[in-house]
Design a protein around this ligand. Structure first.
Ligand code: SF4
Length: 357
């Protein structure tokens, strides 16, 4: 496999996680639950952590949310760095920094007066917190759009450059930049241009990407093309689906580009006239069974014993379904044949031996 040469950016710290420099590209997500729904958000945070989310972002829309976040922090709910997402009101960002969040995500364009932004920068510096400058295609300043004659990509780049100059003027450098558009091509162009001009770490994402299938495809294209050029230090796949799916999609993108080795990669055949089983259900069951495994494993689910093991010989462990018998194979070699009804149990036992090794 070709090795992607990553652009070396400055390194920033988000809590105890390094972003940029030579550090691995991290996978992050944002909770969908509200802080007001205490149990739901605790469960979502636990679930995100268990599937490998390395940085968790939470929307903090009001004062009451700050108080609720404070109680979660003091109860030790978070085991990964926490980013508070703030819109409009700089005082909420200050409150979040006071309660100990690791990073603030703001769009400097919608924070309003510069005094508020300066206060955020000063307090973040004091607390050794990071800031994510989040330029968004939907909320660009009118004067920047006018200067660029409405050209979205150039306006987003200018907006990012303007914010960076402001942060540098105030001697704050512990920040990363995101500049997400909902169009894949715009997103690629914006990040490419920013990467050409700056060496701060970049948080990649295609915004409002859509439901599971569409969102995963758009994100794979946008993020994949940028990552393949060595651009990007941390990623979020935005999906109209469970946040855990965002994390899984993120790792799948990185794994398939050889940029991380994390969790299970399922290889399953498309089925054909030789298939005598409901392979779609079987692959779904295997996917559920393996979704919290964090060690890198390639698992195959194939529709026939004749071609399956050979077609998936680069997988670590696999199932090939026959008419009455099914086979378990390792690196393309059949190691066990069992009745089709008991294939999942046998597979599970075999999987445990891989995990325990
Ligand atoms: S593995 Fe067998 S069933 Fe699946 S596509 Fe190939 S030949 Fe068809």
């Amino acid at each position: 496999m070709i090795k992607i040469k990553r652009k070396k950016t400055r390194q920033v710290k988000v809590g105890d996680i390094a972003v940029g420099g030579r550090s691995p590209i991290t996978v992050q997500s944002m909770t969908k639950s509200k802080l007001h729904h205490r149990q739901a958000i605790i469960e979502e945070i636990r679930s995100l952590e268990s599937c490998g989310c390395e940085i968790i972002r939470i929307a903090v829309p009001d004062r009451e949310s700050v108080a609720r976040l404070k109680s979660l922090i003091s109860e030790g709910v978070f085991h990964v760095p926490l980013v508070a997402d703030i819109q409009f009101d700089y005082r909420l960002a200050l409150d979040c920094l006071e309660i100990g969040v690791d990073c603030i995500r703001i769009n400097p364009g919608n924070i309003g007066k510069q005094e508020g932004l300066v206060k955020i920068i000063q307090l973040a510096a004091k607390k050794k917190a990071a800031i994510r400058i989040g330029v968004n295609a939907g909320s660009l300043k009118k004067d920047i759009l006018k200067k660029n004659k409405g050209h979205l990509v150039d306006s987003m780049v200018d907006s990012a450059l303007e914010s960076v100059a402001f942060f540098e003027k105030h001697h704050f450098f512990n920040f990363k930049i995101s500049a997400k558009a909902s169009s894949v091509l715009d997103t690629i162009q914006v990040y490419q241009k920013i990467s050409d001009k700056l060496d701060y770490p970049l948080h990649l994402g295609v915004t409002e990407a859509g439901p599971l299938l569409q969102g995963s495809i758009k994100s794979s294209l946008g993020l994949g093309i940028l990552l393949s050029k060595g651009i990007g230090d941390t990623i979020r796949v935005s999906l109209t689906d469970r946040s855990q799916e965002e994390v899984r999609a993120g790792y799948l993108i990185l794994n398939n580009l050889g940029l991380r080795k994390y969790g299970v990669d399922i290889v399953s055949c498309p089925t054909c006239g030789r298939t005598n089983t409901d392979l779609k259900s079987l692959a779904t069951e295997v996917e559920h069974m393996t979704r919290n495994i964090t060690i890198p494993l390639k698992i195959a689910v194939m529709g026939c014993v004749v071609n399956g093991p050979g077609e998936a010989k680069d997988s670590d462990l696999g199932i090939a379904m026959g008419k009455k018998k099914a086979a378990i194979f390792v690196k393309g070699k059949v190691i066990k044949r069992v009745e089709t009804d008991s294939i999942l149990d046998t597979f599970y036992q075999q999987l445990q031996t891989f995990i325990d090794r």
